[in-house]
Ligand binder design. Structure first.
Ligand SMILES: Nc1ncnc2c1ncn2[C@@H]1O[C@H](COP(=O)(O)OP(=O)(O)OP(=O)(O)O)[C@@H](O)[C@H]1O
Ligand SMILES: [Mg+2]
Length: 250
């Protein structure tokens, strides 16, 4: 059976004044994929995610998430999507569990269902022991993992993860990547991941998109991009080599 397209943009652009932060972006992500969304600082990745979430309006073009227009049907999109932002924000005076309870209420999840979901999510991200600790006392990695727990209690079909391993120690980053991979394979959640850590993206992604100065300069399976950019003879490649080839051409 052909995979279903769950994320789609068509000639999507976002201007801030004269400046094109996102410039004529057309791409799709298929259901169940882990899609690596790459590009240097300021390329327009976060802006694209904000448009897909309906949090900022496109200047021109269109976005669709599971067939819904995020600007016209924001609640439908919100129900299907989990979002880990660049800076996860929680109430510092509240415990991890209280923060998740608050999120569950915001999402209208009844308490008899949410308490089980919260336990499960805390367990998945390895924070069960820290559940009653105030988030103000959390390390960056713990907050990041709580961010994933927050995403999970919504049971999303799609996750947008903006720099999920930023600031994590090597062990924490590996565990985060393995967690993302297992959520993709066990729960079939489609993942769009922005990251500057190309080794990690290479480990888990099926397809990648490379965005530079607002434009998508490459999109496809890594093997195909490697053939195109590094030559057919190069069977062992790194995503970093592919990325740098595109980066140097712009
Ligand atoms: N609200 C805003 N007003 C004006 N310019 C903005 C705004 N938000 C983003 N930009 C600009 O749009 C461009 C793209 O920014 P964006 O945050 O999408 O980049 P990014 O690819 O996520 O970068 P990074 O890897 O650093 O997170 C940048 O030049 C940024 O300065
Ligand atoms: Mg960003």
């Amino acid at each position: 059976m052909a995979a279903q397209t769950v994320i789609e943009t068509r000639e999507l652009s976002k201007y801030y004044g004269e400046y094109a932060a996102v410039d004529d972006l057309t791409f799709t992500v298929q259901e169940g994929e882990i899609f690596g969304f790459l590009g240097p600082n300021g390329a327009g990745k976060t802006t694209t995610i904000l448009m897909l979430l309906g949090l900022t309006e496109p200047s021109t073009g269109e976005a669709r998430v599971c067939g819904f227009n995020p600007i016209r049907e924001p609640l439908k999109v919100k129900r299907l999507v989990g979002y880990l932002p660049e800076d996860v924000g929680f109430y510092r005076d509240m415990t991890a569990r209280e923060n998740l309870q608050y999120v569950a209420r915001l999402n209208h999840i009844p308490e008899e269902i949410s308490s089980g979901k919260i336990d499960e999510a805390l367990d998945i991200v390895g924070l069960s022991q820290e559940a009653e600790k105030k988030v103000g006392a959390f390390s960056r990695g713990m907050s990041q993992r709580l961010g994933i727990a927050e995403v999970l209690i919504k049971d999303p079909r799609i996750c947008f993860l903006d720099e999920p391993t930023l600031g994590l120690d090597p062990d924490g980053a590996i565990r985060m990547i393995e967690l993302i991979q297992s959520l993709s394979s066990d729960r079939k959640i489609t993942m769009l991941i922005c990251s500057h850590n190309l080794d990690q993206v290479q480990r888990i992604s099926q397809r990648v998109g490379i965005m530079i100065k607002g434009k998508l300069v490459a999109v496809g399976p890594m093997g195909e991009l490697a053939k195109e950019k590094l030559g057919v003879g190069k069977e062992k490649y790194t995503l970093e080599e592919i990325y740098m080839k595109y980066f140097r051409e712009v």
